[in-house]
Design a binder for this molecule. Structure first.
Ligand code: ADP
Length: 499
């Protein structure tokens, strides 16, 4: 039999990508296409659902053509996608009735505030594991129905379909209207304990059930598509961060990954137990396979790689992000300098929206290398804060941290991460953790791969960063960081000017 492959469709916020994997989880071919971002008002972000679909489709066709494989050699599609982005389309024609409202879009912030003021936050938190924030799909869908009474009437008659990007792609590929547990758990409408859309939440958000997709496990035969000229099953759909967790083979409770991009996304598998956070972390469904549903705790750092962009673009201290490593390596430590990039307040576990950025510990001897090093260290210190919150919430000691994302190319950053945490940091050989997760889930579903143990074996190559600090050095560093974080909380606008 000719060699078989799995095709991952990785639909991201700024680009659509398709990646073909062989049985050794090696990338055989890939294609990527950026698409347009629409900013109709300050703080609003939209995508054109047709552009999402067309770009995704073109990359799939290009990828398979490049690889020179026949459609019959593709065992399955696995979809991974930007999460929470909300699409509404006509059930009969498949035409979108509005642009997609992107997860980043802040247009429903006031609605969230109203729901909070009405005392609904604990209910949403208990049932969905999320906080009442404009990121999640529920209030975006409410907004779409609110701005056009005709749409609401049609929604009630069952003439429209709501979906996150996974559902939209599935609909285009197969005509099915469905989603998976990981994506459903990001909508503010899905009860992560009963594993069903929640009538009480739907009533508060004024969403008719007739709009909603059927929810299946993450690994599941969602339908068949003849996009490539043969009937190929869509065998998994999974939100991008959960997909990266699976791609990092974080199959067991306590397994944890951190993705270092513009911000950081850290997820920790908590097994079959949804852990309620007392540090403002989110509880989310990691994935469902068969009857088994696994959960994760999720925390993010708002400003991570972005602090390196800031050094480059606003301060002119760097020519490019990669240069941060050589420059920081010119000094053995920051000389007591701490930089806390609280540019948009501080997230988990501090949750202070009024916090402002701080650079402290400056002396006459402070130079560029100290500042660059302090900026890199701020990424690992913030990540350590999130990881410690996860340990406290779950009662699980995290034994090691798996990493991916653009800034994970930086060895100095990862060594500091290991030092600060006192645990090994592991960087896998595949930089494609997100696409790999969807491929793994789809491949397991169609027996392209047989078991998670097999996936461990084929992905055994990893670079390890071992902690080198003694516990005293670690404690002092964390105390210094914690003191610097305290200083972000002084609101200078409230301090009376001298004289
Ligand atoms: P995203 O998916 O959020 O766009 P990427 O995973 O592509 O992010 O990573 C890009 C981010 O990582 C940028 O913010 C950039 O400043 C940072 N970055 C990229 N390479 C390095 C590096 N070698 N060292 C430190 N930061 C880096």
């Amino acid at each position: 039999m000719a060699k078989q492959y799995v095709l991952a469709l990785d639909q991201g916020t700024t680009s659509s990508r398709s990646i073909l994997f062989d049985r050794d989880a090696q990338v055989v071919a890939s294609a990527q296409e950026e698409f347009k971002q629409y900013y109709p008002h300050p703080g609003w972000v939209e995508h054109d659902p047709e552009e999402i679909w067309q770009s995704q489709k073109r990359t799939a066709l290009a990828c398979v053509k490049d690889a020179g494989v026949e459609p019959s050699q593709i065992a399955a599609f696995g979809i991974t996608n930007q999460r929470e982005t909300t699409i509404l389309w006509d059930r009969a024609t498949g035409e979108p009735v509005h642009n997609a409202i992107v997860w980043q879009c802040r247009r429903t912030m006031q609605l969230c505030e109203r729901l909070r003021a009405a005392g609904h936050e604990p209910l949403f938190r208990d049932k969905t594991g999320l906080v009442l924030d404009a990121y999640f799909s529920g209030t975006k869908l409410h907004w779409l129905l609110e701005q056009d009474p005709n749409l609401r009437a049609r929604a009630e008659k069952g003439e429209l379909c709501f979906g996150t990007v996974d559902s939209w792609l599935l609909y285009k590929l197969t005509g099915e209207h469905a989603t998976d547990l990981s994506n459903a758990s990001r909508t503010l409408m899905f009860n992560i304990h009963s594993l069903d859309w929640d009538d009480e939440l739907l009533e508060i958000l004024e969403i008719p059930r007739a709009l909603l997709p059927e929810v299946h496990p993450t690994g599941h035969i969602f339908g068949y598509s003849d996009l490539l000229g043969a009937e190929i099953p869509v065998a998994a759909m999974v939100g991008d961060q959960q997909s990266a967790l699976f791609g990092q083979q974080a199959f067991h409770a306590g397994d944890c990954k951190n993705t270092y991009g513009t911000g950081c996304f850290m997820l920790m598998n908590t097994g079959e137990r949804p852990v309620v956070s007392s540090h403002g972390l989110l509880t989310t469904i990691a994935w469902g396979q068969g009857n088994r549903v696994e959960y994760a705790l999720e925390g993010s750092v708002f400003v991570a790689g972005a602090v390196i962009q800031w050094l480059r673009d606003e301060l002119g201290l760097l020519r490019n992000a990669a240069e941060s490593e050589q420059i920081a390596a010119q000094v053995s430590d920051t000389g007591g300098v701490y930089l806390v990039p609280a540019f948009v307040g501080l997230g988990a576990p501090h949750w202070d929206m009024r916090a402002q950025g701080v650079i402290c510990g400056l002396s006459r001897g402070t130079n560029r290398a100290h500042l660059v090093r302090a900026a890199l260290e701020s990424i690992s210190f913030q990540s350590a804060d999130v990881l410690h919150a996860m340990e406290m919430d779950s009662g699980i000691t995290i034994p090691e941290l798996r990493v991916d994302g653009g800034a994970a190319a930086n060895n100095l950053l990862l060594q500091h991460q290991a030092d600060v945490l006192g645990i090994p940091v592991l960087r896998g050989s595949s930089i494609e953790a997100t696409a790999l997760g969807a491929a793994f889930l789809a491949g397991l579903q169609v027996h392209f791969w047989e078991s998670e143990e097999q996936l461990h074996r084929i992905c055994s190559e990893q670079e390890r960063f071992e902690p080198q600090w003694d516990s005293m050095t670690r404690r002092r560093a964390i105390e210094g960081w914690t003191a610097a974080v305290q200083r972000t909380r002084t609101d200078l606008s409230e301090v009376a000017p001298a004289g």
